[in-house]
Write a new protein. Sequence first.
Length: 496
Amino acid sequence: MELPKSFNNKTTKWGIYLSVIAFIVILGLLIFAGNIDEWSVAGILSFVGLVIVWIVGLIMIPLGMSKTEKKSSPDGKSSILNLTNPKYRNAFYVFGLVFIVFLLVTTAGAYKSYHYMESVKFCGTTCHVTMEPEYTAHAKMAHADAKCADCHIGEGVTGFLASKVEASKELIAIVTGTVPHPIYANEGIHEVAKEACSHCHWSQKFQPDRELKHIHFLRDEDNTEWDIDMTMHLAAGTEPLGLQKGIHWHMNKDVKIEYVATDKDNQVIPWVKYTNLKTGKVTIFESDDEPLEKAAFDTLTVTQMSCLDCHSRPAHDFKPAEEFINSRFVTGAISKDLPEFKSAAMAACVEEYGTADSARMMIPRKIKSFYEENYPEVLKDKKDELNKSIAAVLDGFTKNVFPDMKVRWDKYYNNLGHMKSNGCFRCHDNHHVAKNDEVIPKTCTTCHTFNAQGTPGEMQFATAGQLMEFRHPGEDVEPEDWQEGLCSDCHAGVGP
């Protein structure tokens, strides 16, 4: 097969060398380097780099021929696209065939790479230390089956491109060592996530009341169990009334709630607007505790309330020490027979450690030191029980606290409820007052009622038709302590 003389030039030859070598290496990677989902970031970037080299090489082939043609042509024009000439036609066929083969191979690899880079495994394990907290938390949440891309990438081409721009920034931060510790979501993710939520959840779906049982263990010598049975009022309690009452009233189609926050985390909300879309009535509530000046109001954004204003950690929640220790008491992984174990474990876990390794070393040491000083007989008579319980504490700690990234329960606000952060009490605090003296109430029974409370065998039960008043466990807690303050003042992960 005879090719044109213009094929014989340095640029074209170098293009052939680059494209052939890149193709052979790409083919070798796809065949011998294992599944793409086992590649590291360096492997993925190498693959992308090789594809770029291959494309550059292919471009150099006709470019070199064209430049050579122009130099040798009397009119300074290139005739490489003149397919009536057998030589140029042969060159076109060779180039076209090679291009198609190369394209098929690299497209297959690029397709697999794309789908892998959209996977939870890639997001969570490729940048191991950086994304380990989010990956670990996601795996134990109700949304574990949802892919990262489902909530973190907006709809359409615009959303996809925007996500890749953000991903490029994150990659640069990883390479340059400028990743923030801990990582916070970018500002646009709130709107993207709201769209994602609506694919599976919709506000008009009726949610019946839900029975919950919370099992706590006190920080006393006996690790006393304290149970609370309650009914969560998610809606009106009966389907015909829908969302006229209950927690999800905020999402009623006839209700529009707007607010102004003075901080980026929406934790301080001094202004709330309620619009009854059915009647058109508007009621504005302003905080008498932290009033907002008109000049300051004009600089802030009015935001319409959405699911994420309460469900702020739907896929990456980090349990406080109080919760992961309680849960392991419940399962029996931690022994209730070790005196003051709850207290000793909490004291060890609420410390802030510099690295995961130091935490794994110091937590057992601190707990054992407590028993050496206060209950030396435990180290002798219940050594195996103690070691097993310490191992259970470490299991909970390593799944919720990540010292290397400075991630733990108090680094992110969880507004679902009012124990870990102010949550409901950001508005329901008896301090948001309208001009007609109407108040956004701070009453427990708005969202839940208590059915039973107390220690097993000595439970107090609600009487039919009457509301049970909450009784705070612990002899050192007076009613005014919790009635006048906020639950999160003590229970934000480090309290009782």
